[in-house]
Design a protein around this ligand. Structure first.
Ligand SMILES: Cc1cc2nc3c(=O)[nH]c(=O)nc-3n(C[C@H](O)[C@H](O)[C@H](O)COP(=O)(O)OP(=O)(O)OC[C@H]3O[C@@H](n4cnc5c(N)ncnc54)[C@H](O)[C@@H]3O)c2cc1C
Length: 434
């Protein structure tokens, strides 16, 4: 009977170290308002400490310098370091570079094209180059990648890419862009798209702008974490810039997004816990209308509901990770879809309640809650909006059911069948009661 909620002691020790390290060494950096370049300088010794503990780029397989932890342990790790926006950077697994490194690794495995490693993968892991993932387009619905309009046409030993993308996170500071494009319009849409590595200085690549967003309404061009709009006009890349086999774009996207969603959800739980801790501390500290906030039933309900929701989201996410480790990403599709929308909503709810408990202080930039609230809103959109994941869950669930003209539980029909089934016993009962 294997049903175990415990973390093995050796890994628990690592987690304890990560908790302390994140709180003591990483949280303080958040308050310094440094440029990205200066952040990199400040965190360099911390990154060395992470490497020395064998925790650097832990999401990658051991042959690429990762740990081969598996999703459950990775999830537990992301819960800790996801508490701070700088945590993933210090541990060598910040988006989108971590997902892009995984893509390159999967593509390399599929084709045996090992020059990908020294060209892009190793520099990406060493942090000497940066990347962007360029899939979403302003003019087609990102929720339906079958509508993708960017094209890649083979011309001799090259591919020619044409299209317009936006929301390419870190696009304006990237060295390479991973571009999703239709390479075979005649194939089924799921087999007709491919991914390409496009160095950002390739002629025809234009970074049009960084898009102002809730992340940063007064966006400053070229800041790390921005979301770029990019045009690709007759961009020529050599044939070996194709990642994986031609037509494997969707497959690669799924390989990237499955584990990525588990990591996101666990990071969100780290963020939720931080907002929750702030809520509880404030509830015990603020006095109004004759009592502490902690003694008001509404606030108690927020604390109790938040704790229950976080607990549910955590168990759901770890179970999805466990299933993925045992049966692979495809088998865990419904579980991954459920945690994506459930986890994003929990994150949003807990931060919103914590912000409310803090009143004007919560709305101010004197606390991290207002920024957490803005980032949390995006979680319900990126990596697939809530509605799309709900649709997946509902569709997959309904496959286990059949239509029935008369409801299976229709009591008159069930009673008739029960009377037939127990006819003899009922007869005896009637005779005995007569
Ligand atoms: C902060 C942030 C970072 C991002 N980073 C990247 C990145 O690095 N690279 C990249 O390529 N993209 C990125 N994106 C884009 C993101 O992946 C897309 O926004 C997302 O896939 C949705 O696509 P869309 O915006 O075109 O929405 P649309 O497809 O236009 O959908 C709009 C809305 O329609 C509704 N909807 C859609 N389908 C259904 C349905 N079946 N049933 C019911 N309702 C539905 C949903 O409410 C949805 O929000 C990022 C987005 C954000 C917010």
């Amino acid at each position: 009977m294997a049903w175990d909620f415990e973390t093995e002691p050796e890994f628990e020790e690592q987690l304890a170290w990560m908790r302390e390290f994140t709180r003591e060494e990483i949280f303080p950096i958040e308050t310094l308002a440094l440029s990205y370049e200066d952040v990199l300088k400040v965190i360099a010794p911390l990154q060395d400490e992470v490497r020395a503990r064998g925790l650097w780029a832990a999401h990658l397989p051991p042959e690429l310098g990762g740990t081969g932890f598996g999703q459950v342990r990775l999830g537990l790790m992301h819960e800790v370091l996801g508490q701070s926006p700088y945590g993933p950077l210090v541990f060598g697994n910040n988006a989108p570079d971590s997902g892009n490194a995984e893509l390159l690794a999967v593509g390399m495995e599929m084709t045996g094209q090992h020059n990908i490693r020294e060209r892009w993968l190793d520099p990406l892991l060493a942090g000497t180059i940066r990347s962007g993932f360029s899939m979403t387009e302003p003019n087609t619905a990102g929720t339906d990648p079958k509508l993708l309009s960017t094209t890649a046409v083979r011309d001799g030993d090259e591919w020619i890419i044409n299209g317009r993308k936006w929301y390419t996170s870190n696009g304006s500071v990237a060295d390479i862009l991973i571009v999703m494009a239709v390479s075979n319009p005649d194939a089924h849409p799921y087999q007709g798209s491919s991914m390409f590595v496009v160095p950002v200085n390739t002629p025809g690549v234009t970074i049009v702008r960084d898009v102002g967003s809730m992340d940063d309404p007064t966006v400053v061009y070229g800041r790390f974490g921005n979301h770029a709009e990019i045009t690709y006009k007759d961009v020529r890349v050599p044939a070996d810039h194709l990642i994986g086999p031609e037509g494997s774009g969707f497959m690669l996207a799924q390989a990237r997004l499955g584990p990525g969603r588990i990591h996101h959800c666990m990071r969100w739980l780290g963020q939720s816990q931080r907002a929750f801790d702030m809520m509880c501390e404030r509830a015990l500290s603020r006095f109004t209308h004759g009592s502490l906030l902690a003694e008001k039933q509404t606030v108690q309900n927020w604390i109790a509901d938040s704790r229950a929701e976080m607990h549910a989201a955590r168990l759901m996410t770890l179970q999805a990770a466990w299933k993925m480790d045992r049966e692979g990403a495809a088998a865990a599709r419904v579980e991954i879809a459920m945690i994506k929308y459930y986890g994003a909503q929990v994150l949003y709810n807990v931060i919103d309640r914590s912000l409310q408990v803090h009143g004007s202080l919560g709305y101010s930039t004197d606390l991290p809650l207002e920024a957490m609230y803005r980032w949390a809103r995006a979680a319900r959109i990126y990596d697939g909006p809530d509605e799309v994941h709900r649709q997946t869950v509902a569709r997959q669930t309904l496959k286990d059911y059949r239509p029935s003209e008369v409801p299976t539980e229709f009591i008159p029909a069930r009673a008739e069948r029960a009377r037939e089934k127990f006819a003899e016993a009922l007869e005896l009962l009637t005779a005995a009661n007569a």
